[in-house]
Ligand binder design. Structure first.
Ligand SMILES: Cc1cc2nc3c(=O)[nH]c(=O)nc-3n(C[C@H](O)[C@H](O)[C@H](O)COP(=O)(O)OP(=O)(O)OC[C@H]3O[C@@H](n4cnc5c(N)ncnc54)[C@H](O)[C@@H]3O)c2cc1C
Ligand code: FES
Length: 245
């Protein structure tokens, strides 16, 4: 299925808050933590599909956690149970696993927690989740039985530590740090972690999703790389962030 779109019906669409939705599509899907699917909205005037990370996978179907930010995600939020979407995937390289005796920190900024549920369910490591939000946290109850510890930070102080989640992360306690969130967060994390092994899941605007258009390329220490093909996960120390990030 990887490079063709297939139709999939919506099993449920659940609102988590005003901006965030959990949607599950019926079918036999595959993928690894950190990989993503391109999602097309039939009956819409939007030509380009939107990339969404695998949030969970089981024998019933695939789940995405997404935030309404623009035209596509707003339109998607209006779809109901039984409606169809078209999806292509799994795409990209997921997170690179390490041996199960190693301790891992998952660092998610806002909707950046999306790919971590599937990872926390699949990987056998000892895993702590660090989740940072601007305001009220969401979706964390799904992690409760799948990680050892959850640490929360909010910018407005509505829950957990008041401030940025990377300020409370104990870098040296972990063998590996995985991060997904706004570029500014990953850029600041990169400055602090020194040599602690890290992997960052990057976002970029995408058109084809399969490595053909080069539109999603980002700068790395090994040259320009396509987020959809060589990524979206890159070694944390290799990503080169722009000054404006
Ligand atoms: C590999 C990958 C995995 C992703 N996984 C998820 C996920 O699991 N859940 C989720 O909510 N979002 C995820 N995203 C981001 C998601 O694809 C975008 O939010 C979505 O495409 C926006 O579509 P739209 O039509 O609603 O917004 P548009 O109308 O296209 O844009 C609205 C605003 O969002 C900005 N924007 C749009 N796309 C991106 C992007 N990719 N990166 C940064 N800014 C963007 C635009 O510049 C604009 O300001 C992922 C992106 C990538 C590349
Ligand atoms: S989106 Fe076309 S190369 Fe990545």
């Amino acid at each position: 299925m990887a490079n063709t779109y297939v139709k999939a019906s919506i099993l449920f669409q659940e609102k988590q808050n005003d901006q965030v939705y959990l949607i599950k599509l019926k079918g036999k899907f595959t993928g690894k933590p950190g990989q993503f699917y391109m999602v097309k909205l039939p009956d819409s005037d939007l030509y380009l599909p939107r990339p969404l990370s695998i949030c969970d996978l089981d024998k019933e179907g695939i789940t995405f956690l997404y935030q309404r930010v623009g035209k596509g995600t707003s339109r998607m939020a209006s779809y109901k149970k039984g409606d169809f979407l078209e999806v292509m995937g799994p795409l990209g390289q997921g997170f690179f696993p390490i041996s199960a005796d190693k301790k891992i920190a998952l660092v998610g900024g806002g909707i950046g927690i999306a790919p971590f549920l599937f990872l926390a369910k699949q990987w056998k490591n000892s895993i702590d989740l660090y989740a940072g939000f601007k305001g009220e946290p969401y979706f964390l109850e799904y992690f409760k039985n799948n990680v050892d510890k959850i640490t929360i930070a909010t910018e407005d102080g509505s829950a957990g530590y008041k401030g940025y989640i990377i300020d409370v992360l104990e870098y040296n306690e972990y063998d590996l740090i995985l991060c997904c969130g706004p570029n500014m967060m990953m850029k600041n994390l990169q400055k602090r972690i020194g040599d602690v092994p890290a992997q960052f899941s990057l976002e970029s605007r995408m058109a084809c999703g399969i490595g053909a258009c080069l539109g999603c390329s980002v700068k790395t220490a090994k040259g320009m790389k396509r987020v959809c093909h060589e990524g979206p996960v890159f070694l944390g120390q290799e990503v080169i962030f722009d000054d404006e990030d």
